[in-house]
Design a protein around this ligand. Structure first.
Ligand code: SF4
Length: 211
């Protein structure tokens, strides 16, 4: 796909989705980090339900660093994978307190050194919390960009690189949110709404399945 077509798709998505923002609710960058770690294999809706109570009790790295793993496990249980998530959140909080003076690092290479923080989580922190360029690829971004033809790959990192080549740095954050929300509400994993889709004239998946 060329840049011109890629930007036509971008403009259509911008018309369709007026507020391309994260649906996670947070009030500090540290809260966002905890919410993003919790959101692995879990819906944002469920994370928001859990963090609504969790952040009333604890919301700083010092507080999380001092928690017993079992207590945190109980508090985040509905998010799934709660043992690993609790362990990672506590360990990451300890590193933030000890190494970064209680402040979440704003650098990709430092973020991915934190326990439980991979490429996608670090990239989300950059675009959402710090307004820095990054292109996080989650399950929706991966599926939707491959279906449309913005990317053609089985590999998440390649998908990220292909999207980065097609779009200007300043647009990566917006594109990420547009593709997530489009995937969540329109181009769903099961039964995408192809017949009524605003992108059907551009979409590889649609043309392949409607010959
Ligand atoms: S036509 Fe179908 S597969 Fe293509 S983008 Fe739209 S909903 Fe997704």
């Amino acid at each position: 796909m060329n840049k011109k077509t890629a930007y036509e798709i971008f403009d259509i998505l911008k018309d369709l989705i007026k507020y391309p923002k994260t649906e996670l609710i947070y009030s500090t960058d540290f809260e966002l980090l905890v919410a993003v770690i919790l959101s692995a294999q879990c819906t944002d809706k469920r994370v928001n339900l859990v963090t609504k109570d969790l952040f009333k009790k604890y919301n700083t790295p010092i507080q999380f660093a001092g928690l017993k793993q079992e207590e945190l496990e109980n508090l985040i249980h509905p998010c799934g994978f709660y043992k690993n998530k609790a362990k990672n959140i506590i360990e990451a909080s300890k590193v933030i307190v000890e190494k970064y003076n209680g402040c979440v690092p704003q650098d990709f290479d430092e973020l991915v050194k934190l326990p439980g923080v991979g490429r996608k989580t670090a990239s989300v922190m950059l675009i959402v919390a710090y307004n820095l360029p990054a292109m996080p690829v989650d399950t929706h971004v991966f599926r939707v960009s491959n279906r449309i033809g913005l990317a053609k790959t089985n590999n998440v990192l390649e998908c990220e690189n292909q999207l980065k080549k097609l779009y200007n740095k300043d647009d990566w954050g917006n594109l990420h949110h547009l593709l997530i929300l489009f995937g969540r509400y329109y181009c769903k994993a099961i039964k995408p709404q192809c017949e009524n889709c605003v992108l059907k004239n551009y979409c590889s998946y649609f043309s392949k399945n409607n010959k």
